[in-house]
Ligand binder design. Structure first.
Ligand SMILES: Nc1nc2c(ncn2[C@@H]2O[C@H](COP(=O)(O)OP(=O)(O)O)[C@@H](O)[C@H]2O)c(=O)[nH]1
Ligand SMILES: [Mg+2]
Length: 208
């Protein structure tokens, strides 16, 4: 059976330093790009692509993805990084913005995005990944297996709402509006709810 594929997509993975952008990309696309615990490991944009001919489960005819350097690494690098962010953001059809679920401060995310708002022309979809949800769950002393649906778990509902309203407050200058389902809790490390990220790009992937 011939499955109708969606048009080509360019996805940028962005967010602050250390939130797990490279880890997410590695797990999602089965790569082994360098990740570090104590330094900014991604010093340049890392580019990958998939064609649906080789990947029958891909939703898209063609998918390119870019793992970008962390926002707010230092004042000096930040300025140089903006040139790179602007270039990729202008080309992107999808933004996958990552924050750490166990952190609450979004000022740097806001300052960065405010400088990129004029590059949003091609963007159709803006997701916010709440990575490191394992740490947030641990902080509540709960076994992650007890949470089958984070959207019915009060501290996740609250977190999703907090992130959604914060980002919408400055994205309101663009055509992008973040819905609650666009804010996705998961953990790259433990794999908890990771299938919700896979399902954005691949069909029929069941998480091992
Ligand atoms: N607890 C936890 N740590 C994670 C998770 N994902 C990534 N990390 C860790 O966060 C650190 C930074 O990851 P990295 O992918 O390099 O972040 P990047 O700077 O955003 O690309 C590494 O030590 C990862 O092992 C997660 O889901 N949970
Ligand atoms: Mg990285």
């Amino acid at each position: 059976m011939q499955i109708k594929k969606l048009p080509p997509q360019t996805v940028v993975f962005m967010g602050k330093c250390g939130v797990g952008k490279t880890s997410t990309v590695n797990r999602l696309f089965d790569l082994d790009w360098y990740v570090s615990h104590f330094e900014a490991a991604t010093k340049a944009a890392q580019y990958g692509m998939y064609h649906s001919m080789g990947y029958p489960h891909l939703h898209f005819e063609f998918l390119e993805f870019i793992d970008l350097m962390g926002v707010g690494e230092s004042v000096e690098t930040n300025e140089a990084y903006y040139q790179v962010y602007r270039r990729w953001m202008s080309r992107a059809t999808t933004v996958f913005w990552i924050t750490a679920a166990d952190r609450r401060v979004y000022k740097q995310d806001e300052l960065c995005l405010e400088r990129l708002l004029d590059c949003f022309g091609n963007i159709q979809k803006f997701y916010i990944g709440l990575n490191k949800s394992d740490s947030l769950i641990a902080a509540h002393g709960i076994d992650p297996k007890e949470i089958s649906n984070p959207r019915e778990t009060p501290f996740f509902t609250e977190k999703i709402h907090e992130v959604q309203s914060y980002f919408n407050s400055f994205l309101s200058q663009t055509h992008i509006k973040i819905l609650p389902e666009d804010v996705i809790p998961y953990s790259t490390r433990s794999g908890w709810q990771f299938e919700s990220i896979q399902q954005l790009f691949f069909e029929g992937v069941s998480h091992a």
